[in-house]
Design a protein around this ligand. Structure first.
Ligand code: THU
Length: 128
């Protein structure tokens, strides 16, 4: 799948974001190594700390479907912002070689990797 197609999936799911407090919509699409795509948007809560980010929403949906190996992630926001630290750590669990496309709603994007976003991370290898 092309980065553009994955970004398109993230762009669509972003419109379902529940963000009445921040008004900041985020959409994420995670490409499984088997070719399946899982998407998620941010879901805020009146008890702010319970908010779930789009990336973690996509990842938990994938894991629930039995998919834990991923090749790429697209994140779409209005300004092409990066992922929060919590989501970086959450996704490192499934491999730091993940390609990440950070896109704005215009479709412009930059490519990076999870390892670049979270260098020197703590992971499952530390618990063997
Ligand atoms: N948000 C995400 O969904 N992903 C991130 O990586 C950064 C932040 C959401 C959480 C909250 O609903 C809104 O963006 C503003 O912080």
């Amino acid at each position: 799948m092309t980065p553009e197609k994955l970004i398109d999936v993230a762009k669509k799911v972003r419109l379902n974001a529940h963000c009445p407090y921040s008004h900041y919509q985020v959409g994420a699409a995670l490409l499984g190594k088997d070719g399946q795509v899982f998407s998620g948007c941010n879901v805020e809560n009146a008890s702010y700390g319970l908010t779930i980010c789009a990336e973690r929403n996509a990842a938990t949906t994938a894991v629930g479907a039995g998919v834990r190996k991923f090749s790429a992630l697209a994140v779409v926001t209005k300004d092409g912002a990066s992922m929060c630290g919590a989501c970086r750590q959450f996704l490192v669990e499934f491999g730091k070689e993940l390609k990440v496309y950070l896109a704005s709603e215009s479709g412009a994007y930059r490519t990076t990797t999870l390892e670049e976003l979270l260098p020197g991370s703590f992971g499952s290898e530390n618990l063997t």
